[in-house]
Unconditional design. Sequence first.
Length: 262
Amino acid sequence: MVNRTGYHLVDMSPWPLTASCGGLSMAGSLISWMHGGSYSMWMFLVSFSLLGLTMVAWWGDVIKEGTFLGCHTSLVVRGLRLGMALFILSEVFFFVSFFWSFFHFSLGSLAEGGCWPPVGVLPINAFGVPLLNTAVLLSSGVSVTWSHYAIRFFKKRSALWGLVVTVVLGGYFSVLQLEEYMGASFSISDGVYGSVFFVMTGFHGLHVLIGTLFLLVGLVRTYMNHFAEAHNHFGLEAAIWYWHFVDVVWIFLFIFVYWWGS
């Protein structure tokens, strides 16, 4: 329902309750698993499935309200833009904490006469797979920008091709990252270097998977004409913002963690 002010008054929904239950049970299952509890893995899978289904259903309602019911007025879209910008800002500070930890340990070791990486750790060559991953992500940034401009001028075919290329490159990046992990000479338990490296690159890899999923949904919606001339395309635009954020984070990871840090 849209009132006279132009703002969308949402209807009653069960999804906040199911999302809360899924998140709480997932956290509880992780704690139980850390303490060797029985059935903790099954509990985690059930709660993860509940949370995933809730996200699909909730965002499906948002798509229906914005695309078919006309609830997303210009004021609502303005609020969604602000919310997405603040969400990305919160993600920026999340990665700031990781980089803070990285520089705390690396510069601290050098200042105390030590070395970085620590003795016994063979770092990954920055100009091998990481450089290829950089080229892949930067190329995906070009293709997703191409898609963005195409959808703004209502060129569906070009937008679809741009999104297909971006999704394929995102999947290729994830495969390369997995191969890099499998071939690494150190693990997450090999001191502070391994912990910081795998947390930073792994969390970024998770963001790449999420961003790829967002763009895949945008690809399907573009194919189904959800972003036709009469509709706004913020659903796709938000995914593109997120993807550019992932690109920028990777550039910092490549420069400081892979190149300078090795």
